[in-house]
Design a protein around this ligand. Structure first.
Ligand code: 5AD
Ligand code: FES
Length: 351
């Protein structure tokens, strides 16, 4: 029965709520392998065996929000807070350029120090130095005007995970001042402003049910984003969710496969969180349908401080290490890291 559902999904790129629920309840190894083979097929037709890389620059871990799952929430008094200077950020970009990166993801907490003007200036300076590079922002919920300003400064893409598409579940993961409604409004605004937009969610977050996951998939399909970031929830010991179990490798891979078939052209990262719960997590993610990796480009001195969850990988001593490490990892499974902006492809035939 599950194979039938996967066939339908592979052909029509859609499934109803009931069918999704049914499929999500059968993550047996046999069904999963069947799904991953179809997902790889879909991915190869659009993106071949190329894996795009994004240089992740974690430029501030100050945050005014207090999400219950996140290690850099404002209530975590033990977090060692840091901010990179514009010069440090530009140095990361320059070093990244030499390593073949053509996309930078500026990610940070919602840090009021970085005013709209400061963000816009930063984006302008990066685009000036590296006009052939795409700049992605991942700095949370802002007004439409702010998003417009960054866009005018040259920002190309924006990542804002919706975290869960179920409002009741959203309220269990966030304090009352944050709402799913506002999150969705932000995503719609970003799309309307012409960004390449990424939504996404955690797999196995506390109180998540398969119904929640089905809603995540339906919402994602409806939004039709260019990118979708998913990874397992991993507890962080200084948060209210310290004792909650982590999401599983199997369920995360399964969702990557389903997402590839729902949105064949989507840019789908095998995330650091996935690499954290299993030594081959990212390779398995690529083999389940993902086509993007996001090596860490942050200065080595701050990497251990951007601890959204425990035991995060890639906090090593060598700045260029991740790039080389991932190139080897991809080659070993028959894929190659490419030097390219890695834009969303609308066509469906790889040449
Ligand atoms: N485990 C896994 N992912 C997390 N994120 C935040 N905290 C955790 C955690 N404990 C994810 C959120 C956020 C992204 C930047 O990191 O989905 O959107
Ligand atoms: Fe970062 Fe392997 S990718 S160390």
């Amino acid at each position: 029965a599950s194979k039938k559902l996967i066939d339908t999904l592979a052909e029509t790129h859609t499934l109803g709520r009931q069918a999704l629920l049914e499929l999500l309840q059968d993550t047996s190894a046999e069904t999963a392998q069947y799904l991953f083979a179809k997902a790889r097929n879909a991915r190869h037709r659009v993106y071949g065996h190329d894996v795009y890389m994004r240089g992740l620059i974690e430029f501030t871990n100050f945050c005014k929000n207090d999400c219950y799952y996140c290690g850099i929430r404002r209530s975590n008094a033990q977090a060692q807070r840091y901010r990179l200077t514009p010069e440090q950020i530009l140095e990361c970009c320059d070093a990244g350029y030499e390593l073949g990166f053509r996309t930078y993801v500026l990610q940070g907490g919602e840090d009021p120090y970085f005013t709209d003007e400061r963000i816009a200036t930063l984006v302008r300076r990066i685009k000036q130095r590296h006009p052939d590079c795409a700049v992605t922002l991942s700095i949370g919920e802002k007004s439409r005007e702010s998003y417009a300003l960054y866009r005018a400064a040259g920002a190309d893409r924006y990542l804002l995970r919706h975290e869960t598409a179920n409002a009741a579940h959203y309220a269990k993961l966030h304090p009352p001042e944050l709402s799913l409604e506002n999150r969705k409004r932000c995503l719609r605004n970003l799309k309307a402003l012409g960004y390449q937009v990424g939504c996404g969610f955690m797999v196995g977050s506390p109180y998540q049910t398969v119904e929640c996951l089905a809603e995540d998939l339906l919402f994602t399909k409806e939004l039709n984003p260019h990118m979708v970031g998913i990874g397992p929830f991993i507890p962080q010991h200084q948060t209210p969710f310290a004792d909650k179990p982590a999401g599983t490798l199997e369920q995360t891979l399964f969702l990557l496969g389903v997402l590839r078939l729902l949105l064949p052209n989507v840019l789908l990262p095998a995330t650091t969180a996935l690499g954290t719960i299993h030594p081959q997590g990212r390779e398995l993610g690529i083999l389940a349908g993902a086509n993007v990796v996001m090596p860490n480009l942050s200065p080595v001195s701050v990497r251990k401080k951007y601890m959204l969850y425990d035991n995060k990988i890639c906090t090593g001593e060598e700045a260029a290490e991740c790039r080389l490490c991932l190139a080897r990892r991809m080659e070993r499974i028959g894929y190659q890291l490419t030097v390219s902006r890695g834009d969303y492809l609308h066509s469906s035939s790889y040449s």
